[in-house]
Design a binder for this molecule. Structure first.
Ligand code: AMP
Ligand code: MG
Length: 491
């Protein structure tokens, strides 16, 4: 039985604040004008042993909009650096987010509470320390959507609006988001200590991270190598999920890479409406460095940056050997994810070819893969024909027909009965995910002071494989205007 607590009685600790003082700046959040609660996520509250029924909006706003310090907390802005668009930037750090505290729950898990949009810090450079409602709604909703899809991600406890404005795409309302995850340590934390040649401190950070996140590494001959290997494995698995579900992160800089292998620091992310491998989510990314199809190679490059930073702790050869296994790790994971989306759980020699053919068809047809898999999940094996999938198979009919026939034959090799197969298919194929236009609609309404859609979308995204008749429209093909949505780094 989980014993639940009120907000002022959370089991708060501040282990990061006990690390060397120059690793962060002690801060306090700067309240926004007329802050008010927009949304609260009771599921995330459970991570903190927080009783959702006993926390009222005023209390949440007091503590998570910077009006009052959370009892026992010791807010700070972390120093880190990182490679942005391929170039090392020594001046990064929490420029508008603050780690308020850590909460230890009854299972012994330690969760970070990080307030995004909390005001300027020593690392703000030219920034105003603020986050706008638009980007905060996007992060709030996509965090839940990722949980719903089973993709590792940071989460968010609440979203707070205000009557304060700042300049982004014109004047926009400011907001704060309480990000909750077990880990706010980025690849860039290690890069900072490496490039400033503080190798003793680098070891201290690695020891802290191992003890807190990867205690199993302590059993290995070289715990620092094991630590790196575990990060690489988690990261390979993460990017396989992204590629299997059509997710484009948009800004895969090393300061946006979590050492827990979670999707982290949401900016101009996109779920592909049409399968276009060269899709660029971020209009500022002229060269397409972070295009959808490049994500595995970029993540590999980012891991090389992390490996470089660990050179004082691990032999170069060992790190290089590990890095060389990345693409294979990724491919294995990707095949597994893609096969699962087709209900294929056993292994057969032609599986990779079957999958390859399907993804080629997606590419040729610019298929909406979310809707395609959702449609497949509603059909029995016998019903798998181009007539029942006309929306997707109009072009290259012959190829689709051939592919569907091979797929039918392949299904026959599975052990599962038809109902089990359909259940399995549905469990990994959502009816809903957070398309840009859905976020856009929620943002438009919220900007007018109507927060209903934000709050209605939250449970739908959390349970994306279920039917939600009141928001049925979001299962349909996106409207034409969705194509014109333009996302930038501006947030
Ligand atoms: P991001 O593009 O959100 O990953 O941020 C890159 C860097 O810029 C990080 O060091 C952020 O803390 C900082 N930053 C982003 N937006 C702001 C802002 N409005 N004010 C201050 N710092 C910011
Ligand atoms: Mg960032």
């Amino acid at each position: 039985m989980q014993m639940l607590r009120t907000l002022d009685k959370l089991n708060v600790d501040n282990s990061y604040a006990r690390l060397p003082e120059h690793w962060f700046q002690r801060t306090s959040p700067k309240p926004l004008k007329n802050a008010h609660l927009i949304s609260f996520n009771p599921r995330v509250a459970r991570h903190l042993d927080l009783d959702p029924c006993q926390c009222n909006p005023d209390q949440l706003v007091n503590y998570f909009a910077g009006l009052q310090p959370l009892p026992g907390s010791s807010p700070l802005a972390m120093k880190y650096t990182g490679h942005q668009f391929g170039h090392y930037n020594p001046d990064l750090g929490d420029g508008r987010g603050q780690l308020l505290a850590e909460v230890i729950n009854q299972r012994g898990e330690r969760w970070d509470l990080h307030l995004k949009g909390a005001g300027q810090t020593a690392f703000s450079r030219f920034g105003d320390g603020k986050a706008v409602l638009r980007s905060s709604i996007r992060e709030y909703l996509v965090s839940e959507a990722m949980v719903g899809l089973g993709i590792p991600t940071t989460e968010a406890l609440c979203l707070i609006g205000s009557e304060e404005y700042t300049s982004r795409l014109g004047m926009e309302p400011c907001a704060m988001l309480l990000r909750v995850t077990q880990c706010h340590i980025r690849f860039g934390h290690f890069e900072w200590l490496y490039y400033t040649k503080r190798h003793d401190e680098l070891k201290q950070l690695a020891d802290y991270a191992i003890q807190r996140f990867y205690p199993e590494a302590l059993q290995a001959d070289n715990p620092y190598l094991a630590f790196y290997q575990m990060i690489q494995a988690k990261t390979a698995s993460l990017v396989a999920y992204w590629q299997a579900y059509g997710f484009v992160h948009g800004v895969l800089n090393t300061d946006n890479m979590s050492i827990l292998g979670e999707t982290f620091d949401y900016g101009p992310f996109t779920f592909l409406d049409a399968y276009e491998p060269d899709h660029i989510a971020n209009k500022n990314d002229d060269a397409g460095r972070y295009a959808f199809f490049r994500q595995p190679a970029i993540v590999h490059w980012n891991l090389a940056c992390l490996a470089q930073a660990l050179l004082p702790l691990v032999e170069r050869e060992a790190l290089e050997a590990e890095l060389e296994t990345f693409m294979n790790q990724f491919e294995v994971q990707l095949l597994q994810r893609r096969k699962a989306r087709l209900g294929l759980l056993t292994t057969h020699p032609d599986d990779a070819a079957l999958i390859e053919k399907l993804w080629n068809l997606f590419k040729q047809n610019r298929t909406d893969i979310t809707r395609f898999f959702s449609a497949i999940a509603d059909l029995s094996t016998e019903q798998l024909s181009i007539e029942n999938l006309t929306e997707f198979t109009q072009s290259s009919e012959q190829h689709w027909d051939a592919w569907l026939k091979t797929y039918q034959q392949r299904i026959a090799l599975e052990m599962a009965s038809e109902p089990i197969r359909q259940q399995q298919l549905r469990s990994v194929n959502p009816r809903y995910l957070l398309r840009n236009y859905m976020a856009e609609e929620a943002i438009r309404e919220a900007t007018q002071g109507d927060y209903r859609l934000v709050n209605q979308l939250l449970p739908v995204l959390r349970h994306p494989t279920e039917a939600h008749p009141h928001l049925q429209r979001y299962q349909e093909a996106p409207p034409d205007w969705a194509k014109a949505i333009c996302l930038t780094c501006s947030s």
